[in-house]
Design a protein around this ligand. Structure first.
Ligand SMILES: Cc1ncc(COP(=O)(O)O)c(C=O)c1O
Ligand SMILES: N[C@@H](CCOP(=O)(O)O)C(=O)O
Length: 462
């Protein structure tokens, strides 16, 4: 299996190189040169298997040649051993044809743990083999950062810097990033929004001198391995509901388009996914793009679902690449227009392609709060605001096929919003009960590439 860049000008790489490289050297994102497929029989055989076994079977074609079956099994087992739920990703029924896929039973209470715990294992194995050390820089709107810190804290050959938008993540999210005491962990509060944090991260990757000097590595969804690990739970959910003999629809609360892109990969692998529904909060650039065929950036408006306060949706580039028949030059031009002119028109053929696979909707702040309250009353399920955006949009898209809505975070990560909607302040799990008492440690930085690069150079352990 080879991986190629969406902008067509970077070398093709194997799996481990792709994982350790992060952003392609032409500024693009790596994708598989061809998505492997599974037969209906192979998919049917997944039903009822433990999550770890499904992960091994779904991921093997992507990693084969780089990780032996025995190694992959060992690393997958280690990745999910710390999850609180035996099913890892349990399904709950919300209505006659509507199911919630709970993805918040990992160590940091968000879906990010599914991929981050696994790439933590895979990257450590790769580093042990190569003897290298790396500097991870990540950008977060709240959840990627804590998941990355949890996966890499205390490692002697890895330094971790997480850029988060100052004042724009929940207090629990911030404390998850600022309270780990290990000296390889650095939480950096940037004066800017998530888009600016992600842009500075990409700037660092595009500065090849800096990138090589510090051994820069990425654990955002820039890193394709992150997204591939997220493909697995689409298979566990769909086969539990009757796939491959039955089609399922999926609604995904969306910001950076990584989680829904994983659903698109699952579908391309042969999983019978009907509609993939993009659910956005008031930062609805993806909903507008799908509705109008034009992508135009607006201002990032803070919301009660802060992890989705994103206007520059990195992984959209990956699906556009397919929508344009894998024409890297066109993608490079579109991404330049997004950056220089604030937007671009999607060509008619590409727009048709997108509409063939994706539906979309948005939830206002009031609709999100109302959905949290209504779902609690009707089902007893307490949703986080991101999951509530998903449920609101899914309810408008229910059809004949079972609908799976992804519940992406635990309500206790957003206690203020949940309490405002329901009067209930969800408690943190006991293992995190002292989070508010732990001392915090963070560095404040301007939204400035040079300042951030200096900080990384000075604080990383050479
Ligand atoms: C809780 C939560 N829900 C939804 C999303 C959106 O996911 P994606 O950025 O993969 O679209 C995020 C951020 O990634 C998140 O942290
Ligand atoms: N919502 C994310 C934003 C970063 O997304 P990623 O999937 O590219 O890591 C977050 O919580 O940080």
């Amino acid at each position: 299996m080879r991986y190629i860049s969406t902008r067509g000008q970077a070398p093709s790489l194997g799996f481990t190189e792709t994982m350790m490289t992060g952003l392609a050297r032409d500024g693009g994102l790596y994708v598989p040169d061809a998505i492997p497929t599974m037969t209906a029989d192979e998919i049917a055989a997944l039903a009822g298997l433990p999550y770890e076994e499904v992960a091994v079977r779904v991921l093997t074609p992507f990693v084969a040649g780089d990780f032996s079956d025995a190694d992959l099994r060992r690393l997958v087992a280690a990745a999910y051993a710390g999850f609180d739920h035996p099913a890892r990703a349990p399904l709950k029924q919300l209505g006659p044809n509507h199911f919630l896929l709970e993805l918040f039973h990992g160590p940091t209470l968000a879906f990010k743990d599914f991929a981050m715990q696994l790439i933590g294992q895979l990257m450590q194995a790769a580093l042990a083999a190569s003897g290298e050390r790396i500097t991870i820089v990540g950008a977060t709107s709240g959840d990627t950062g804590s998941a990355a810190i949890e996966a890499f804290r205390g490692l002697p050959n890895v330094d971790v810097f997480i850029l988060f938008p100052h004042g724009r993540v929940s207090e629990v999210q911030r404390r998850q990033m600022t309270t780990p005491a290990e000296d390889n962990v650095h939480a950096v509060a940037v004066d800017g929004d998530f888009d600016e944090c992600q842009a500075r991260l990409k700037d660092m990757f595009n500065d090849h001198v800096f990138r090589d000097e510090v051994g820069l590595a990425g654990v955002n969804s820039i890193n394709l391995a992150r997204v591939l690990a997220q493909v697995v739970y689409y298979f566990t959910a769909a086969t539990a509901l009757g796939a491959p003999h039955r089609t399922v629809d999926c609604t995904v609360p969306t910001g950076n388009f990584g989680d829904i892109f994983a659903g698109y990969v699952a579908k391309a692998m042969g999983l019978p996914v009907g509609r993939l529904v993009v659910a956005t909060n008031q930062n609805d650039i993806l909903h507008r793009t799908l509705a109008t065929g034009e992508q135009r950036k607006g201002r990032v408006e803070p919301s009660i679902s802060p992890s989705m306060d994103i206007q520059v949706s990195s992984n959209f580039e990956r699906v556009l690449f397919d929508a344009y028949g894998r024409d890297g030059a066109t993608i490079a031009a579109q991404m330049k227009a997004l950056s220089d002119e604030g937007g671009f028109a999607v060509g008619q053929g590409a727009w048709e392609f997108l509409k063939e696979h994706f539906d979309s909707g948005r939830a206002s702040e009031d609709e999100t709060r109302a959905t949290i309250a209504r779902t609690l009353a009707a089902t007893g399920e307490l949703l986080c605001p991101h999951s509530a955006v998903g449920v609101h949009v899914a309810e408008a898209h229910l059809g004949d096929a079972p609908m799976v809505t992804l519940a992406t975070a635990h309500p206790a990560k957003f206690p203020d919003a949940v309490e405002q909607a329901t009067g209930i302040r969800p408690p943190l799990p006991t293992r995190m009960a002292d989070l508010y008492d732990r001392p915090e440690r963070m560095t404040r930085s301007a939204n400035d590439l040079a300042a951030l690069q200096t900080l990384v150079r000075e604080k990383r352990r050479a």
